[in-house]
Design a protein around this ligand. Structure first.
Ligand SMILES: [Zn+2]
Length: 438
């Protein structure tokens, strides 16, 4: 009796675990415990990807070279599953947009490792997934958007002047997938609609029609987007945006949709205070939620209006850093102080590299927000070269206004050491001296 009770409890537990494992929160927890990507995505180079793919191969996943980049680097395709629904996913067509490459590796490793779970088995029998991670390995190596011809591959869908673009089209045409995932990163300062919330993930169900007309495939990708929105809402409510849907006849998303594979674009942005790995996890959760919904048919019941109601992406509402009410001294010209706000943005760099910052705007910036805002009201603020202008690099010196400074002094920094110095987005001197406003 006791033993049968135990068996019952065990059975209940196992069924429970298996069913429970299909929620978005559990996907996230599984990623926490099982992800195999171990570098910030922006630090992943072609050789690192090869190591990841070797690991996948060892676990039994088919990985093969399908082509070469302009710089003769190998481009790979991995395949998982043996089902009728064909899902095609490609990442890092833009070399400095790396998040999805790591997320795809984690997804494949996870699926392969968990084939014993009933829902994964079901997935394996229902879908075939082909993944091209890092379509632009030369761009990834240089951490630049474009390929080695300095062509934007995502404007090459029509002319096909790049080997990477030709390969993507060839793979699509030969296989005729049912759904495509075009995986990118967007500017970290992109906001959701008319808010100051970062768009951490933005989605676009691409119609592929110049007039934006829908067909059944387009409607299904809208529902898949709705599934991903519901999943992501657990982690980033108010931080999900809708990507601009203007038709672009040179872009792969539009063309691949037009050629017959409805494309979903996922653009990963950023979330202040969270690192790149968190963004990998969000992608992982979104992919698994979408895939699972194709199998358990929840996609068919998903409410596309969740996607339709998503606010469009916006830009220009948010800056990286705003210094408020600084007394600016441009000592290289008049040196007469004037009060103003200053907005500064950082350029996109690998996690390991300092990101140079540039002045974006000067004046009354009260209508804008900064991810970081500082009250500079008690300080004179100047640039190393004595001129703060739009476009200049953001290396700033701060002096307490109670000090008497001779701005014409030769070797100013030596004779009058600044109270605080802000360089490459960081306080190198006097951290914590200026009051943080947010
Ligand atoms: Zn992109």
């Amino acid at each position: 009796m006791k033993f049968s009770l135990f068996l019952c409890a065990l059975l209940f537990f196992l069924i429970g675990v298996d069913a429970y494992s299909q929620t978005a929160k559990d996907f996230a927890e599984m990623w926490d415990h099982q992800h195999v990507s171990n570098l910030p995505p922006s630090n992943v180079r072609h050789a690192d990807l090869q190591k990841y793919l070797d690991g996948l191969k060892k676990s039994g996943i088919e990985v093969k070279e399908v082509g070469r980049s302009f710089g003769n680097r190998e481009i790979y395709q991995a395949e998982w599953g043996r089902g009728a629904t064909k899902v095609f996913m490609w990442s890092q067509m833009h070399g400095d947009e790396p998040t999805a490459t790591s997320a795809l590796v984690d997804m494949l490793a996870f699926l392969q490792k968990n084939r014993g779970k009933s829902w994964v088995k079901e997935l394996e029998n229902a879908v075939t997934i082909r993944v091209v991670p890092m379509l632009n390995p030369d761009g990834a190596e240089l951490y630049q958007r474009r390929n080695l011809q300095f062509i934007d591959i995502n404007r090459d869908a029509r002319a096909l002047e790049t080997p990477e673009g030709r390969l993507l089209k060839k793979l699509r045409d030969a296989w005729q997938p049912d759904v495509g995932f075009n995986l990118h990163n967007q500017n970290a300062l992109t906001t959701v609609g008319n808010t100051k919330n970062q768009a951490t993930i933005s989605l676009l169900s691409v119609s592929g029609d110049p007039q934006g007309k829908s067909n059944e495939g387009h409607l299904r990708s809208k529902r898949l987007c709705a599934v991903m929105i519901s999943a992501l809402d657990n982690f980033i409510p108010r931080h999900i945006g809708r990507y601009d849907d203007t038709y672009n006849p040179r872009a792969f998303g539009d063309m691949i949709s037009a050629w017959g594979t409805p494309v979903i674009l996922i653009e990963t942005g950023a979330l202040d205070g969270r690192d790149e790995m968190f963004l990998v996890k969000l992608n992982f959760v979104a992919y698994l939620a979408a895939l699972k919904s194709l199998v358990d048919k929840s996609e068919q019941k998903a409410d596309a209006s969740l996607y339709d109601q998503l606010p469009f992406n916006n830009s220009g509402n948010l800056y990286g850093v705003i210094f408020r009410n600084a007394s600016i001294v441009n000592f290289s010209n008049t040196a007469a102080p004037f009060i103003s706000d200053i907005a500064v943005n950082a350029e996109r760099r690998r996690a390991a590299q300092p990101a140079p910052t540039f002045v974006q705007d000067i004046g009354d910036l009260s209508v804008y927000a900064g991810l970081d805002e500082y009250d500079a009201g008690d300080f004179y603020m100047t640039a190393k070269n004595g001129l703060i202008r739009v476009g200049s690099t953001g290396e700033f010196l701060f002096y307490k206004k109670t000090r008497k400074i001779d701005w014409s002094a030769k070797d100013l920094e030596k004779i009058f050491p600044p109270d605080a110095i802000f360089r490459n987005g960081k306080w190198t001197t006097g951290a914590g001296l200026l009051r943080k406003l947010n």
